[in-house]
Design a protein. Structure first.
Length: 55
C-alpha cells in the first residue's frame, strides 16, 4: 500500500476523512468516571431522567 500522505495519492474523500478524524481527536474528551459512568455501570435505565415516560 502507498503512503496516503504522498503527493497526489490521497483522494478528496480520504483527505476529508483524515481531517474529520483529526478534528474529532482534537475535541476535548469527557471526564473519566463521574455520575454518567456510575449510572451506566449500575444499569440505570436511560429514561430515568424522563419521569413523564413512566406510568
Amino acid at each position: 500500500m502507498s503512503d496516503p500522505h504522498d503527493d497526489g495519492a490521497e483522494t478528496p474523500i480520504q483527505r476529508a476523512l483524515r481531517l474529520k478524524k483529526a478534528a474529532l481527536d482534537a475535541r476535548p474528551k469527557p471526564p473519566r468516571g463521574g455520575k454518567f459512568q456510575r449510572q451506566q455501570a449500575a444499569g440505570i435505565a436511560s429514561g430515568k431522567s424522563k419521569p413523564w415516560m413512566s406510568k
